[in-house]
Design a protein around this ligand. Structure first.
Ligand code: WTA
Length: 650
């Protein structure tokens, strides 16, 4: 019998008990560090290339990296066709389940036909390699088909999360110069159809580059129609041939743009390319989750509209020939056991989700999952924010039956794939810590000057070597790419924006963002973006936004606003109006949890808003040092406003 480990008074099975024959063993770390580039080249060979690369990495002009220089491949071929050619055409690629309970089963052979037809349709619509295609969709198979069709013809997809507003969509269409939008009439959420097409009509009407809008029929609700511009997916894709010859693209050909919040109001278009990205998402998906394509049923319970969906619903699982589950709706529709019912029904073996959802399930109580058979599960994953040990233990016990290892994976939109994570069957788990850099990845914790810290200290997380799935630039803005990520410690060190601690055993603990980016339910939202939305409202003169810790969502958005006219109504109604205004402007995920109307904001002598103090107020803490304030009575004013603050949830 192997020994078990004890953590916080609970016992965990030793790693070797967790999974009998894991895909990778402990020597993988040694192997990777002995020759990092050879290690990544070996992982790249898991893919099918039509032309082998001449050089694994060109880092002669940092921070602009080129991986697998001279290599050629087609991403869609790697994700779909080659599995069919290898005799796995009948294997299920996706068990899709709609929120109302309708289901679709899509095999690799069917996926190949659908992607080929969609690729032919894109070509018929004049979309060429390098053109940008926006995808604004619910969680339905056509979303994935559209992404793969773009990849197949070398068009660059730009998926915008369906929860974003028309404004957010418009600015992304503009910045990327998209020529086509693929959308649907709507999708199902919380038991009702929600519309998508109106936001597209609004956004496209304000931008110049979009020629056509292709609409998938999902809910059957009425949509406005612009003749000549709008086309039904069923018509334009339906009439195409299922034959399509995939062309090979350069390893550095752009694959997609994904917009993410930064420290300024303007979202950044993170650019990912072809060969390195697919290499790392495929390998990490296979190693971190111990994916066995013949027997596993894999489920990333996230939206395709985020990077987690791109890398671990679409590209990683498909490149590895996984059978996945895809679910359209929310966890509580029509009942709070919906996820567990899905796991029982499809015999899901690997579940990957976010701590915020786990904490919500904790609130609902363990009786809910206890009513379902979850014994098929063998590996669990977590992503998006630090998982607190309490949630980790609950997940381990009530979902994982005390037997499934939890992979707490740290990574970012920018990193494209897992960067820090334990490995199943290899790592002795420490609840709450993401633990070790992935093999072939160099992550360090440094002080403000960039010196590497020893164990038992706290500092900033940096990545000191380029990695295959790294972002290549910010779309259209190389300078911003350099400034944002590669200037704090020089051009060869990537500054992640996260604080981190190394414990006495060298495990890495992520401590949250050190910049003005909030993390709400695993979504990145910039304080500046919410502030600019608030000041754009006619009633608001000034606004300051902070992320306050929240037991369920990790952080909640708290705004302090100064109104334009003194004596103006500052009651609940205005607060609600402002919350709705932000929701409409950016999207419901950016709606402040709480808005406090104040007379003044605390500022330093140089005029900088002291967010630390605002955070103290928002979290009801004793106020810290206020000596640098221009007028410390400001804080009294703010504190005195607290009881009247509105914190209504809806
Ligand atoms: C946070 C999501 C702690 C972190 C894939 C990072 C995490 C940001 C973890 C990226 C984790 C993500 N532990 N924090 N396991 N995973 N984060 O771009 O602050 O939406 O910088 O990518 O989420 O968020 P993004």
């Amino acid at each position: 019998m192997s020994e078990s480990t004890e953590v916080e008074g609970r016992r965990f099975p030793a790693p070797e008990q967790l999974t009998a024959e894991a895909n990778v063993g402990p020597d993988v770390y040694q192997e990777a560090s002995a020759d990092r580039l050879a290690f990544w080249a070996q992982q790249a060979r898991r893919l099918t290339w039509t032309q082998e690369w001449d050089e694994v990495l060109d880092w002669s002009n940092p921070p602009f990296a080129k991986w697998f220089v001279g290599g050629k491949l087609n991403v869609a071929y790697n994700c779909v066709d080659r599995h069919v050619e290898d005799g796995h055409g009948d294997q299920v690629a996706y068990h899709w389940e709609g929120e109302p309970g309708d289901t679709r089963t899509i095999t690799y052979a069917q996926l190949k036909d659908e992607v080929s037809k969609a690729a032919n349709a894109l070509t018929e619509l004049g979309v060429d390699a390098g053109d940008r295609v926006a995808i604004y969709m619910p969680m339905i198979p056509e979303t994935i088909i559209a992404m793969l069709a773009c990849a197949r013809i070398g068009a660059v997809h730009m998926v915008v999360f369906g929860g974003f507003s028309a404004d957010a969509l418009a600015s992304r269409l503009d910045d990327s110069g998209a020529v086509l939008v693929i959308t649907s009439d709507g999708g199902y959420r919380r038991g009702a159809p929600s519309a998508l097409k109106p936001a597209v009509d609004d956004a496209v009407g304000r931008t110049g580059s979009v020629r056509n809008v292709v609409v998938v029929k999902r809910t059957g609700q009425d949509v406005e129609w612009t003749e000549g511009r709008d086309l039904w997916w069923d018509d334009v894709v339906g009439r195409q041939s299922a034959e399509h010859q995939p062309e090979s693209f350069d390893a550095e050909h752009p694959l997609y743009i994904m917009y993410t919040s930064g420290t300024t109001a303007k979202p950044k278009g993170i650019l990912h390319t072809t060969g390195g990205y697919l290499t790392q998402v495929a390998y990490t998906h296979w190693a971190t989750f111990d994916l066995k394509p013949d027997t596993d049923v894999y489920w990333t319970a996230a939206d395709v509209g985020w990077v987690t969906g791109h890398s671990y619903i679409v590209y990683g699982p498909l490149a590895n020939r996984a059978t996945s589950v895809m679910y359209e709706g929310t966890p509580e529709t029509p009942h709070r056991g919906r996820w567990w019912e899905i796991i029982e029904k499809y015999r899901v073996t690997i579940l990957y989700t976010a701590p915020t959802v786990i904490r919500t399930f904790m609130k609902w109580g363990e009786d809910v999952p206890a009513g379902f058979d979850l014994t098929s599960l063998r590996v669990l994953g977590s992503v998006g924010e630090p998982i607190n040990p309490e949630a980790w233990l609950w997940y381990h016990e009530h979902i994982g039956g005390g037997r499934c290892p939890i992979m707490d994976t740290w990574w970012q939109t920018e990193t494209g794939a897992h960067m820090i994570t334990p490995l199943p069957g290899v790592t002795t788990l420490v609840p709450g810590s993401a633990q070790h850099p992935f093999p072939g990845i160099s992550a360090k914790v440094v002080d403000d000057e960039g010196n590497e810290l020893t164990n038992d200290s706290t500092g900033l997380l940096v990545l000191t070597e380029p990695w295959p799935s790294m972002l290549r630039t910010i779309w259209g803005d190389d300078d911003r790419y350099v400034d944002t990520y590669w200037s704090r410690f020089g051009k060869e060190v990537y500054f992640a924006g996260d604080g981190a601690k190394k414990d006495a055993d060298g495990n890495i603990w992520l401590l949250g963002r050190v910049d003005d980016v909030m993390n709400v339910s695993g979504h990145r939202i910039s304080t500046t973006e919410v502030e600019s939305s608030l000041v754009a409202h006619p009633s608001v003169a000034e606004a300051a936004v902070v992320g306050a810790s929240d037991p369920t969502t990790g952080q909640g958005i708290v705004a302090f606003v100064i109104l334009r006219e003194s004596g103006q109504d500052s009651g609940d109604e205005l607060v609600q109006t402002l919350r709705q205004h932000v929701a409409k402007d950016i999207g419901p995920i950016a709606k402040p949890r709480q808005i406090m109307v104040v007379q003044e904001l605390p500022k330093t002598r140089s005029g900088k808003i002291m967010r630390r103090l605002l955070r103290d107020v928002a979290e009801n803490r004793e106020l810290g040092d206020v000596t640098t304030l221009t007028d410390s009575s400001v804080m009294e004013l703010i504190s005195s406003k607290l009881p009247a603050a509105s914190s209504s949830e809806d």
